[in-house]
Write a protein that binds this ligand. Structure first.
Ligand code: SF4
Length: 182
């Protein structure tokens, strides 16, 4: 059997979900024997590859770059997992949604002008700061998602349970806060 091609992606999140992934400890060594990690923030690959089997997506869709990447991921991946509460509900990054219309510009002004100790000014040149979306979105509002892995961050045991079952081809489902299979 071909080794599964796995990706992990970091959109608008704090990286805590990836830290929890690293908490898999020895299971990471087992995983390395079963799969190829083909794209991840912990490795140096610039372009999301074709023919990915499973992708764990951390974080919400906050800006135009996130939007473009998540659509490309969907086209190139069989199974998407919303990895953590920011991906599932938009969670912390979506706090700015409560400010309503104009919240994206308010955030930029706060970060680059009001909070600046020198050279205040929002960088507007192309390719520096990706344009913020007016509303931060959970991943499934942009593309179809097969599985949801809740938690802020999801505990390593829950990540392991999902990975083991996805790799074995079983169907995971959520009952309360527990992942069940079969
Ligand atoms: S779900 Fe929690 S740990 Fe994961 S990216 Fe969001 S804030 Fe960070």
């Amino acid at each position: 059997m071909d080794r599964l091609r796995i990706a992990t992606v970091w959109l608008g999140g704090c990286s805590g979900c990836h830290m929890s992934f690293l908490d898999l400890d020895e299971f990471l060594i087992e995983l390395a024997g079963m799969v190829d990690i083909v794209y991840s923030p912990v490795m140096d690959v610039k372009e999301y590859p074709e023919n990915v089997d499973v992708c764990l997506i951390e974080g919400a869709v906050c800006n135009e770059d996130n939007l473009e990447l998540v659509r490309q991921i969907r086209e190139r991946t069989k199974v998407l997992v919303s990895f953590g509460d920011c991906a599932i509900t938009a969670n912390v990054p979506a706090i700015r949604n409560q400010l309503g219309l104009g919240n994206a510009e308010s955030v930029l002004q706060r970060a680059y002008v009001e909070g600046a100790e020198s050279n205040p000014g929002v960088p507007r040149e192309a390719g520096i700061v990706p344009a913020l979306l007016e509303r931060v979105l959970p991943v499934h509002e942009v593309v179809r998602v097969e599985y949801f892995l809740p938690g802020c961050p999801p505990p390593a045991e829950r990540i392991k349970a999902l990975m083991v079952q996805v790799l074995s081809g079983a169907e995971p489902r959520l009952e309360g806060s527990q992942l069940k299979f079969g």
